[in-house]
Design a protein around this ligand. Sequence first.
Ligand code: FNR
Length: 197
Amino acid sequence: RPPKILTFAGSIRTGSYSANLAAVAAKELALLGAEPVLISLQDYPLPIYDADLEAEEGVPQAAEQLRDQLALADGVFIATPEYNASVSPLLKNAIDWASRAKGAPGGGGHDPFKGPVFAIGSTSPGALGGYRAAMMLRQVLALGLSALVLAEQAMVPAAHQAFTDAGDFKDDRQLERLRGTLRTLIDQSALRAGLRA
Ligand code: FNR
């Protein structure tokens, strides 16, 4: 079977550049032979993490569902926006809650962060393409959650001008760079999941 690659963005803003990157990535993943699962954090509404809330009400259903999506994936592509040189609070909060979730029965056997291979994408209207946010996300995943994160990452500078109205890259070189990251993600996800020798 083709490797299943969960894909999502750290923004739910209408016209979000990072959501646009996630959508392009999902499209390209399919063309490259993987099985993309494109989700929006809009469908996983979560309160800001608070340990009292967790103690009183438990981990929200949305966090369990997000955890299960991660656990069932062979690879994960996350496209983050950059807020004050870091990831969006929406994304960090979703990761924090998912890291607290235990998982529903049948929701995938392994640790949701230690199973799949992760690749990072970032966007920003600036010249660095959200590089600083990408590095912060790398820290959260690799250092905080012991995730395997690819060295390759897909950064999109001048993101407000990068996409056509149809949501495709205007510049073929940007598409090629994204494809490079996605090819490695597919290969490494398949390898780690034992789908290929
Ligand atoms: C920003 N933005 C921003 N951009 C950037 O390149 N570096 C930064 O440090 C910041 N900081 C920042 C902080 C806050 C609080 C906001 C609201 C915005 C601009 C940001 O990149 C822009 O709003 C993007 O459009 C957000 O990503 P999405 O929603 O398009 O994916």
